[in-house]
Every structure is written in C-alpha cells, then in structure tokens.
Design a protein around this ligand. Sequence first.
Ligand code: SF4
Length: 188
Amino acid sequence: MAQGRDGVGVSEDPARRGVPADSPGRPLPRGIHRESPVGEGVYLTKLDLAINWARKNSIWPLPFGTACCAIEFMGVVSSVFDLSRFGAEVVRFSPRQSDLLLVAGTVTYKQAPILRRIYEQMCEPKWVVAMGVCASSGGFYDNYCTLQGIDKVIPVDFYIAGCPPRPEAILQALLEIQKKIERNPAPR
Ligand code: SF4
C-alpha cells in the first residue's frame, strides 16, 4: 500500500483498485476517497482528517452577547439564515459544552475578567470569533470603560467587521473557522 493524496492509503495494484462506492457526482470530504482497495462502500482516510471532518461539522457555539450584535446573531440561528445548515445549531450557554466562543457586543473592562474566565473554562480545542467592531476593537466606544478589543484578554481566531455585521458575514466566519479546523492537526 502506498501513500496517496493527503496521506490516504491507495493500492498500487490496478486490479485491486476499488470500484466507485458512491454517486460519482457527490463530493466527499477532503482526504476521503471513493477508490478503495478494500471494496465498495469502504472509505480510507487518516484519523486526523476524520476527527477534523467530524469536528468542523459539529461546532457548538457559545454566544457571549452583551449588546446589539447578539440580536443579529439570533437572526443567524433562525430559519432564514439557518446556522444548522453548517452543523453549528447546537447553541450552548455553558462554556464546558462549547467549542466556539462568539463574542457579540461591547465588552467593558469590568466584564473582561469574566470573559477571560469563560474562555478558560472551555475545553480544548476551542475557537473564538469577535463579532462586530465593538468586540473586535471597541468600535466607536473609545472611552474610559470599554475594552478596546477582546484580543486584549483572549486569543481571537476570526474578526467580523460591521456594526452590526450582516448575517452572511457571520456564516462566512463559521466557514473560515471550519477551514481552520480542517487544516490543523486534530488536537487529542
Ligand atoms: S458593533 Fe454595532 S451592532 Fe454590534 S454591539 Fe457594537 S454598536 Fe452594537
């Protein structure tokens, strides 16, 4: 057996190459191939790729909503934009059950330690999205009480521009997080 594309095992013997196991027009996840030396319906891949494929399609978001952006997020999980199409509809309000912290709104200096504590309570692997200009940079609240961006207290994987951002921008952020999960080795 030789290493194929993306490290997937394929047979060198053409006679042992598998037959197409699925509808030919339907794309398979990255790293999973229809051709199998074992037989129809059997897919070979690496463990990391399989874990990442499952992980990116089952993100559980925790909205840390403090202001108007949180209202916009409600639209994203509702029927028109429907976050569940991307496998991320299981919104949780417990950091121990979530892997995507979505900070939506203005964060004050007083709230900053709370945000930090919530981030620390989330299990690895975890990702953070700063939704809107307030979470990303303080926005127009450049004053004595407003944190000038949540990245002053926690790491951020993706920033969404806008005040408030369009729902499509939030969906785009989720897709970018999914790509990031897919690219990196799966943490165990
Ligand atoms: S970015 Fe705009 S919409 Fe979002 S919390 Fe700040 S002021 Fe509200």
